[in-house]
Design a protein around this ligand. Structure first.
Ligand SMILES: [Fe+2]
Length: 290
């Protein structure tokens, strides 16, 4: 993992930051995000980011488009394959129900990896604290309960001038609630096919995958459950090609599962194919169906 501390008085605009990212970062190469470590701190030195953004949004209120990605996150700029986001880290409310919901939304005390890479620094406040482990997504099958090789990389506070890099499928972390309201700036980079990859939750004590982060891939997989009940004559063919070709093993497994439920004769008809899949999670679906 990569962290650094940068001191600079330079202040740059969102437009200048975009120009520097385009000049210094190579799309698809997460390590090159560190080339703009100094520049993201210079952007974070700009006190007008929120005010400028909100004034622009409010001036366009009649069009109805407000680009808060969620109540905790606001897009400052977006240019393929990059997104510059401002994240707010509020204090947790004392009401236990609201506290639990917000803690979940903000990944406070929730170990997870990411299916995109990002560089981050503090914008205001004390900054959240985070504890980090490193692993390699390429070495796991993606089964819930699967034990994963985790290397502890310590606890880090995203204080002023601190820059951290989180690489897709490498860093696992949890956010520890900040002691005061804070905001961070993220430069996100999506990599080819990253939206097709799963994002996992982890059980730190068991050192194992504990679930799947609700993402595009989770939504896609729940569609298969509907396909099982509501599909038409095209559904079997579609499920078969997804099951054979999709990069995410979990998606392939869900597609086979839906197919076998729709028509049990597929178990024998394409069983050989399934048995040849490299991922145990996929072969497990066959074993279960037989
Ligand atoms: Fe995260």
């Amino acid at each position: 993992m990569f962290t650094t501390h940068i001191e600079t008085d330079e202040i740059i605009s969102v437009a200048e930051f975009r120009a520097r990212v385009l000049a210094k970062v190579t799309p698809g190469k997460a390590e090159t995000l560190v080339n703009v470590a100094r520049d993201i701190v210079a952007l974070a030195n700009n006190p007008d980011l929120i005010a400028t953004r909100f004034t622009r949004e409010l001036a366009q209120w009649e069009q109805g488009g407000f680009s808060l990605y969620s109540p905790q996150s606001c897009v400052l700029d977006s240019f393929e394959p990059f997104v510059v986001r401002l994240n707010f880290w509020p204090l947790l409310p004392s009401d236990p129900r609201r506290r639990n919901i917000l803690a979940r939304v903000l990944s406070y005390d929730d170990w997870h990896d990411h299916n995109f890479s990002f560089l981050t620094t503090n914008y205001f406040g004390a900054g959240y604290e985070t504890e980090i482990f490193e692993y390699d997504v390429a070495s796991v099958d993606g089964l819930v309960g699967e034990v994963v090789d985790l290397a502890h990389k310590g606890r880090h506070q995203l204080s002023r001038g601190k820059v951290m890099l989180f690489r897709s499928g490498k860093e696992i972390h949890t956010q520890i609630p900040p002691t005061e309201v804070s905001a961070s700036i993220n430069l996100l980079m999506t990599e080819t096919g990253s939206a097709l990859q799963d994002q996992y939750y982890f059980d730190r004590d068991a050192r194992a995958i504990s679930g799947y982060v609700e993402s595009v891939s989770s939504k896609r997989n729940s569609l298969f459950a509907f396909a099982h009940h509501l599909g038409d004559e095209e559904t079997d063919g579609l499920l078969q090609s997804i099951a054979r070709e999709f990069p995410s093993a979990r998606t392939r497994a869900c597609a086979y599962e839906a197919l076998f439920r729709r028509d049990a004769s597929f178990v024998e008809r394409i069983g050989e194919h399934v048995a040849a899949d490299p991922a145990p999670i996929v072969r497990g679906v066959l074993a279960e169906a037989r």
